[in-house]
Design a protein around this ligand. Structure first.
Ligand code: AMP
Ligand code: GLY
Length: 413
């Protein structure tokens, strides 16, 4: 099978590594890709958010399967344009990707489907925002309605900061605060059949001990030794099945990757957000442990045959990934710094590029994700940090506590 992978981040590098290892994938093209992905795929140029351009490329490379990594192309209708050419595509339609593209739409679907989630108000005026903040009380949660690359959410005890974020965004969703450890559950679905992957935990805040502003994600690990044994089954029953049924009922079935972001609250797992694609950097750890060939799995979801796919198989042990971020990230990152130590197995490229001299340089906020497996979480964590220690990038920073509390056994759900 010939596969075209769309995107250029760490998630796409992790997907590319998984696809390249699948014997049923005989040719892998990635567009636009990055220098890490170039190690396992043929790179082509494309504007990933241009549906006609991606569809034309899929035809040109004779793709049997197109996989769309990031959310912006999905929301723009890239999967629809590819399918219109008669080519199988892993990724939801624009109509279904609204589960990620609009927080208000996602809340409306959850309410209709009876999915456990935080109470909320959709607000467009400062008065409405103020009333919602007063009703819920601190900590305040204010979310940009649209796509914001993981940085549209402010959680704060300061009413001024909450109001200021709402003013900047225009239309927002103000939510009740959910307390409890967070879990990311990825579900592969063809719209009807659904297969959960292994739950993972992401670290959203930029600094150790969950301090500082939110980011796209600073590290991740799996499995979650502290998670309740019935977690996945419960989320499939209470959240995933009703959401997929609601989307089918609306005539816009969701097929692709449903990312369920959860808080394990004292009242049970509640949805923090839906995304319409694999999460980054959780993908790096989940795929490092997946033994089932990735291309075949995604092809089954893209062709409506997931119901007859064999059960998933997993490697034993654990995986940890640590993001190495550029100077000033999550503010405007400095780019163009030379990187060394990044061309090793397990070092996943996110924001990297080649300069005119061919040297590897930083080109984004999250530059690399050092990913390792081990017999247990402690071993995987040590191996991931050993990879980080071998990387040199001027001004870079990373968290030193990824998976630490899980190793110490101090997380309770
Ligand atoms: P989101 O983009 O919706 O995932 O939000 C980013 C991060 O903000 C989440 O991973 C949580 O850490 C936090 N967050 C979002 N919504 C809530 C909520 N209702 N209660 C507590 N924390 C939240
Ligand atoms: N890891 C968070 C995200 O992909 O949105």
């Amino acid at each position: 099978m010939r596969v075209l992978l769309i995107g250029s981040g760490g998630r796409e590098h992790a997907l590319a590594v998984g696809l390249a290892a699948d014997p049923s994938v005989d040719h892998l093209v990635a567009a636009p890709g990055n220098p890490g992905i170039a190690g396992v795929a043929e790179l082509r140029a494309v504007t990933a958010t241009d549906p006609a351009a991606v569809a034309a490329l899929a035809v040109e490379v004779a793709a049997d399967l197109v996989i769309v990594g990031p959310e912006a192309p999905l929301v723009a209708g890239v999967a629809d344009a590819v399918r219109a050419k008669g080519i199988a595509c892993f990724g939801p339609s624009a109509a279904a990707a609204r589960l990620e593209g609009s927080k208000e739409f996602a809340k409306d679907v959850m309410a209709a489907a009876g999915v456990p989630t935080a109470g909320y108000y959709a607000c467009s005026s400062p008065d409405e925002v103020q009333r919602a903040l007063d009703e819920f009380g601190p900590p305040y949660v204010v979310k940009n309605d649209g796509l914001a690359a993981g940085k549209g959410v402010v959680v704060t005890s300061s009413p001024e900061e909450a109001l200021a974020h709402a003013r900047e965004c225009g239309r927002v969703v103000v939510e009740q605060y959910l307390s409890g450890p967070e879990v990311s559950l990825f579900v592969v679905t063809d719209g009807t059949a659904a297969m959960p992957l292994m739950p993972a935990q992401d670290f959203k805040r930029v600094r150790d001990a969950d301090e500082g502003p939110n980011t796209g994600g600073m590290g991740a690990y799996a499995p979650l030794p502290w998670a309740p044994a019935d977690l996945v089954e419960r989320v499939m029953t209470e959240t995933v099945e009703p959401t997929l049924a609601e989307m089918r009922g609306r005539g816009t079935p969701f097929a692709g990757l449903l990312y369920v972001g959860l808080a394990l609250t004292p009242a049970g797992p509640k949805v923090i957000e839906f995304n319409a694609r694999f999460g980054d950097p959780e993908t790096q750890v989940v795929l490092a442990l997946l033994a089932t060939p990735l291309g075949g799995l995604l092809h089954a979801a893209a062709t409506g045959t997931l119901g007859s796919h064999p059960p998933l198989e997993w490697h034993p042990g654990a995986a940890v990934t640590v993001v190495v971020a550029a100077h000033r990230y999550p503010g405007t990152p400095r780019t163009g710094d030379v990187i060394t130590g990044a061309e090793r197995p397990g070092v996943i490229h996110a924001g990297t590029a080649r300069n005119a001299e061919g040297a590897l340089v930083s080109a984004g906020g999250r530059v690399l994700a050092a990913t390792a497996t081990g017999a247990d979480l402690a071993a995987a964590r040590a191996a991931a940090y050993a990879l980080v220690d071998g990387i040199s990038l001027a001004g870079s920073h990373h968290r030193t506590d990824i998976a630490l509390r899980a190793v110490e056994g101090t997380i309770t759900a």
